[in-house]
Write a protein that binds this ligand. Structure first.
Ligand SMILES: [Zn+2]
Length: 92
């Protein structure tokens, strides 16, 4: 786990939008390492795209309520994945 966090820290240190959105689920779930969460918040400050995307993502999370990740319907999951890919492609 420590190693994973270190890897994510390096990725987010590069401020890659794709990596930020990849951690959003854990971020909103509150299970993200606090240092990582802080890094993501710093990224948001300099990246309106990710700020907007995170708002949308949060809405999706709220819409799906207390459902666990595994309970999210495939259709929703695919839409979120597609949105993540589009966002990542648009910000390259
Ligand atoms: Zn970004």
């Amino acid at each position: 786990m420590k190693r994973l966090v270190a890897r994510l820290m390096r990725m987010i240190g590069r401020r890659t939008c794709e990596d930020v959105v990849a951690t959003l689920h854990d971020y909103f779930e509150g299970s993200l390492d606090p240092r990582l969460a802080a890094a993501i918040e710093r990224h948001f400050q300099g990246c309106p795209d990710c700020r907007a995307f995170s708002r949308t993502y949060k809405e999706v999370v709220q819409l799906t309520g207390e459902l666990g990740c595994d309970d999210i319907p495939d259709e929703v999951r695919q839409r979120v994945r597609a949105a993540l890919r589009e966002h990542a492609a648009a910000t390259r």
